[in-house]
Design a protein around this ligand. Structure first.
Ligand code: URA
Length: 189
């Protein structure tokens, strides 16, 4: 099953490259950062866009935000190999600027295809950009940590781990929201 899913994911990656999605971003980036982790995972985490380290290594969340994410996963006895992780925008925006609405829209169908292949129990959005792309019209400050069912998929909007690096108060909020994940997962049919 897993190898079949991996084959399908590889095809989505090849499609992004062959369809030349966001050529301006592609030109300035080192490489496409498609996704990483276990295609059979119950949980898919979705960030914003690759940063410098991710761009260089071709793997999402390997920099400072990724380190904190790994710590939060460990706090609920999970490892990176237990989840799948990707971003809404799959090339590093120049100077880490926010992804543009057009860029998010261009990559959305590919993100949706990734989710269709993996079929996770829950999609965890990290930060405002990935939440807005998948769960429009919500305020992260009001809904973080609350599971939301939308078009047949359960989502859990969380703050972005990078935000906690600048705002110490958010660090505990994120840890608290993470602590609730096992109970939330267990309740999903
Ligand atoms: N921040 C993100 O949103 N994604 C990454 O891959 C790294 C940092």
């Amino acid at each position: 099953m897993s190898s079949n899913k991996q084959t399908l994911l590889d095809q989505i990656k090849a499609d992004i490259l062959s369809q030349n999605i966001c050529p301006d971003l592609a030109e300035q980036a080192t490489q496409l950062v498609f996704g990483d982790g276990n295609p059979d995972a119950d949980m898919v985490f979705i960030g914003e866009a690759p940063g410098k380290n991710e761009d260089l290594q071709g793997i999402p969340f390997v920099g400072a935000a990724g380190k904190f994410l790994n710590e939060m996963l460990a706090s609920i006895s999970l490892k990176r190999e237990d989840i799948y992780i990707t971003n809404i925008v799959k090339y590093r925006p120049p100077n880490n600027r926010d992804p543009l609405p057009d860029e998010k829209a261009a990559f959305l169908p590919f993100l949706q295809s990734q989710l269709e292949v993996i079929q996770p129990k829950i999609v965890v959005t990290l930060g405002r950009h990935s939440m807005d792309s998948l769960l429009p019209g919500l305020q992260i400050s009001q809904v973080h940590g609350q599971p939301k069912r939308y078009n047949g998929q359960v989502y859990l909007p969380l703050f972005h781990p990078a935000a906690a690096l600048y705002n110490g108060g958010l660090r505990q909020t994120l840890l608290d929201d993470f602590a609730a994940i096992p109970t939330i997962l267990a309740k999903i049919k």
